[in-house]
Design a protein around this ligand. Structure first.
Ligand code: AMP
Length: 212
């Protein structure tokens, strides 16, 4: 199974990718998590990426392309395929995956106002990166991750100011990928304005794991 998750920040694609990952063997590859991990481990690539991420700008293509191509070479990807969240985000990145036979590209769409409103309530586990939301996906115990008991934090790029820059980057650089994958006949559009459960039903249907 080779699935790509596309959509603006806060569309809920990360949550959907995590939910789908529980049901399939394909590894989940989340570019933002890989970069955040590299920052916390003070790796060279993390140091390069951090300045861009703090501002809400995209990390240069050559940096992220190298990370992904290396990751896709690993045994688990070769055996089971992969769920790819947060990559590609530019045409240049998409072209680096030209030879990959994706099954589907899931495009989660919401408008910018909803994205900005949603981001304010998003909380992320600092240990395992599970995603919660103060309005529609509360943890059982306030501030604590259900899965690993890690602390829930607000990502420093989830502020309204940085979010606006991330949305501009999305419209300028990532949205053109819609046409690119549409031409390849791979896009499935999913309305991401409804509840997590409703959207997950659509996700399962889109990848052929549920019937309507
Ligand atoms: P995310 O967790 O997907 O919202 O990503 C957080 C930040 O990581 C983005 O705002 C970018 O700065 C950086 N990032 C993640 N994925 C990519 C990518 N494919 N290309 C460039 N920058 C990326």
């Amino acid at each position: 199974m080779k699935i790509l998750f596309l959509g603006p920040p806060a569309a809920g694609k990360g949550t959907q990718a995590q939910l789908l990952h529980k049901q399939v063997k394909a590894p989940l590859i989340v570019m933002g998590d890989i970069l955040r991990e590299a920052i916390s481990q003070k790796l060279e690539v993390g140091i390069q990426a951090e300045a861009y991420m703090k501002k809400g700008l995209l990390v240069p293509d050559e940096v992220v392309i190298k990370i992904v191509l290396n990751r896709l070479e690993e045994e688990d990807c070769k055996k089971y395929g992969f769920l790819l969240d947060g990559f590609p985000r530019t045409l240049e990145q998409a072209k680096a995956l030209e030879s990959v036979d994706f099954d589907k590209v899931l495009y989660y769409h919401i408008n910018d106002e909803v994205a900005i409103a949603r981001i304010a309530g998003r909380r992320t586990c600092e240990k395992c990166s599970a995603i919660y939301h103060l309005q529609n996906k509360l943890p059982k115990q306030a501030g604590i991750c259900d899965l690993c008991q890690g602390k829930l934090i607000q990502r420093n790029d989830d502020s309204e100011h940085v979010m606006k820059t991330r949305l501009i980057a999305y419209h300028e650089k990532t949205k053109p990928l819609l046409d690119y994958y549409q031409e390849k006949g791979l896009i499935v559009k999913i309305n991401a304005m409804s509840s997590v459960e409703e959207i997950f039903k659509e996700t399962l249907f889109a990848v052929g794991l549920a019937r309507k």
